[in-house]
Design a protein. Structure first.
Length: 323
């Protein structure tokens, strides 16, 4: 069996552990339904073992790092925490004694959310590209200049190192692990069982255009943005959007920029290109994708995609499309 060990400590973020753990145990359930043996064995480990209380006051039972080191290890993941819990955790001497050894013997290792900071403190991220929670990106990059922090991706795979951004992205990363270990079909079954909206690829931004707007003080344009995302193939210029919002073009341009931090044109292009990436992952032709996101003809779509992402949509499809 593939042994998965989650490293936790007092005040850890519960969902950093429980979300990915549910993915692995759900994969076992999918295997059982096909009369196949379980693949994953999940353990929680801490410095000394015993009960450990999360930031949400839920207490979990753990094994010690020393005990974990006696087993063959498939995956080692360090959970994250808020600053007030992470700082005391960084002072734990057991990390330096055991985590490098465990990371060295594991088939893969990594972190969820700000757990990356613990790995960075031990030098385990040097020379690697990593993801972490958006709020920890700048401190991580400043404190560890040899670490290439990807502030946009949901999760990053760099050799044996797997790191994810904030909280729920650990689920996305775990699904990608299941797809690699077992199959994309089983990962899809797990996503369906957990009632996930979608299996998100790692390159996707930590914030969708809709979420970026919603976090701007309850944006008055939330309904309009939802309509934009549902109608990417429609005309989405300022006159159309202003009319739908019931504002003059000048007022709409000013208020929309204040609410979203982007001009309407930039926002629409971002939404269209994000939608295009999802469609390319499904293997659709460039012509079909361009039409569905309102960037026809395909030459216009290709130019916009290359300008934004530095790679052609054709190559992106080859790299990311499901087999």
């Amino acid at each position: 069996m593939h042994h998965v060990a989650f490293v936790v400590y007092p005040g850890f973020e519960l969902l950093d552990m429980s979300g990915p753990a549910s993915v692995f145990t759900s994969a076992n359930r999918s295997l059982a339904l096909s009369r196949k043996p379980p693949f994953y064995a999940v353990d929680l480990v801490s410095a000394a073992g015993g009960p450990v209380t999360s930031s949400s006051r839920v207490t979990v039972e753990t094994r010690s790092l020393e005990e974990c080191a006696r087993k063959a290890l498939g995956t080692l993941l360090v959970a994250g925490a808020e600053r007030e819990y992470l700082l005391p955790a960084l002072a734990e001497p057991a990390w330096a004694t055991w985590l490098p050894k465990l990371a060295g013997k594991a088939q893969r290792f990594g972190s969820v959310c700000s757990g990356a900071i613990i790995l960075a403190r031990l030098g385990l991220l040097d020379g690697h590209r990593v993801a972490t929670h958006w709020d920890a990106c700048r401190p991580l990059a400043a404190a560890f200049p040899t670490v290439a922090v990807d502030s946009d991706s949901l999760y990053v795979v760099d050799g044996r190192l797997w790191t994810s951004a904030g909280v729920t992205t650990g689920i996305d990363m775990a699904l990608a692990m299941v797809a690699r270990d077992l199959s994309a079909d089983i990962a899809g079954e797990v996503a369906k069982r957990l009632v996930l909206y979608a299996r998100r690829p790692g390159y996707q931004s930590q914030f969708s255009p809709l979420l970026r707007a919603q976090v701007k003080a309850d944006s008055p344009f939330a309904e309009l943005i939802a309509w934009i995302l549902a109608n990417l193939d429609a005309p989405l210029d300022v006159p159309v959007l202003a009319d739908r919002a019931g504002l003059s073009e000048r007022t709409f341009h000013r208020k929309f920029g204040a609410a979203t931090g982007q001009t309407p044109a930039r926002f629409v292009e971002t939404a269209r290109l994000d939608g295009a990436r999802m469609l390319l992952c499904r293997g659709l032709s460039l012509k079909s994708v361009a039409a569905e996101v309102g960037l026809s003809p395909a030459t216009r779509f290709t130019e916009a995609f290359e300008r934004r992402f530095g790679v052609s949509p054709r190559l992106f499809r080859q790299m990311h499309a499901d087999p």
